[in-house]
Design a binder for this molecule. Structure first.
Ligand SMILES: Cc1cc2nc3c(=O)[nH]c(=O)nc-3n(C[C@H](O)[C@H](O)[C@H](O)COP(=O)(O)OP(=O)(O)OC[C@H]3O[C@@H](n4cnc5c(N)ncnc54)[C@H](O)[C@@H]3O)c2cc1C
Length: 374
């Protein structure tokens, strides 16, 4: 049996960031992921600049060898209505490809990695966790995304009825003909809200790659919503008609709907495993990275791995993201105050779409980057 000071299940942004943040802690760390890297992850690939700052990555250098689409403008509308375009002047965000980005983050980590290995069994033996009868540790980190096996150990929380966001997406490299047929511009992602405001779709071009998707607060008729959105975009010439491949689906939790416990004796959850994605936008990379940084700080300071010693992590998350499950009856992105007869008018307003939708809900410009001393 191989012993580690901590074992991280999941090598996505949450898991790799935690191992990176503990790089000189002297701890023996193992990251297990069921996939070999690089791997695809269903995601629009939108990353705010604060994420690069928190991760200590120079975006310019990253962009030399990887797809990095600077974003300066947004095109926002309600489906079936004309869109509003706002120019933010400067670069306010980036587009990345998760295939590259997650691999970059994992590759720079100098921990042991067991990739292409599914976590099949987790057993408690005394004060240790035994994984797949092969590895043991006193501290197990769940970073395996929404369906993380470590999160399953901790259960769903008091209500047991969390609202799950369902999303479908496709990303592909356009042919020269498709590039010519595509009116969507790289520096101007498009956000199209469903008419009932229970979700939104996006068209996001990153260089020659095109990412199209739609997320809603429930799975009901998700494909119907997606199909009619795609038809509308094709009819308007915004995307090419011959989309290749299938749209891939995925589900995840938004922070204010999640009730999952964040920790227990010898176990902590970070990223999507903990249900941390921002409620208004569904952005989950930043909360994944920030929760990992906060967890690293607590792990460094903890004198043991009891729930009591790890509790500062729960407090740090509440301080950073607010109290959990406070608004679980709210719908997903859009607060109730917007859901009134004026919604259509608001979505045609340059002021509202820029100041509220983009700068507050999607860019979180009011929240400074998390720079944790580790
Ligand atoms: C359609 C869609 C679009 C999105 N767009 C954006 C966006 O543009 N910007 C943004 O910030 N967020 C976006 N998100 C959310 C974002 O993708 C997640 O919040 C983010 O990936 C969370 O990172 P993570 O490290 O917690 O989990 P993940 O990135 O999901 O990584 C979890 C890892 O755990 C591994 N794993 C799972 N189970 C096991 C197991 N049993 N054994 C071993 N390994 C396991 C998986 O292989 C995976 O590599 C989107 C989500 C969806 C569904």
């Amino acid at each position: 049996m191989d012993y580690y000071d901590l074992i991280i299940v999941g090598g996505g942004p949450a898991g790799s960031t935690l191992a990176w943040a503990l790089r000189d802690s002297g701890k023996r760390i193992l990251i297990i992921d069921k996939q070999a890297f690089p791997r695809d992850k269903t995601c629009a690939g939108w990353v705010t600049p604060t994420v690069f700052e928190s991760l200590g990555i120079d975006a310019g250098l990253y962009g030399k060898n990887h797809t990095l689409q600077p974003i300066r403008r947004f095109r926002i509308g309600m489906m079936g209505h004309p869109a509003v375009e706002n120019d933010h002047g400067d670069v306010v965000s980036y587009g990345i490809r998760r295939y590259e980005f997650d691999n970059f983050l994992l590759d720079r980590v100098n921990a042991d990695k067991a990739l292409d290995q599914v976590v099949r069994s987790i057993e408690r033996q005394g004060h240790r966790w035994v994984i797949n009868d092969t590895w043991e540790t006193p501290l197990l980190i769940g970073a395996g995304g929404h369906f993380c096996p470590v999160a399953k150990l901790l259960g769903d929380g008091p209500g047991g009825h969390e609202t799950v966001v369902a999303a479908k997406e496709v990303e592909f490299e356009m042919t020269p003909q498709q590039t010519a047929d595509c009116k969507a511009r790289g520096d101007t992602p498009e956000l199209w809200f469903c008419r009932d405001l229970k979700g939104y779709a996006w068209v996001f071009r990153k260089g020659n790659f095109l990412n199209i998707g739609l997320g809603r607060e429930d799975n009901h008729k998700l494909s119907d919503h997606l199909n009619s959105f795609v038809e509308e975009m094709v009819a308007n010439g915004r995307i090419p008609a011959d989309l290749p491949g299938r749209f891939k689906g995925h589900a995840y939790l938004l922070y204010s709907h999640a009730e999952r416990p964040l920790l227990d004796d010898g176990v902590m959850l970070i990223g999507d495993a903990a249900g941390l994605a921002y409620t208004q936008s569904g952005e989950g990379i930043r909360p994944a990275v920030e929760s990992a940084l906060l967890a690293a700080q607590v792990i460094r300071r903890a004198t043991d791995v009891s729930a009591q010693a790890l509790q500062p992590y729960g407090e740090a998350i509440a301080e950073r993201f607010g109290t959990r499950a406070m608004h679980r009856h709210d719908s997903w992105q859009i607060p109730h105050w917007v859901r009134n007869p004026l919604a259509g008018t608001l979505m045609r307003s340059h002021w509202f779409t820029r100041k509220v939708v983009t700068e507050r809900w999607f860019l979180h410009q009011d929240i400074p980057p998390l720079m944790v001393a580790v």
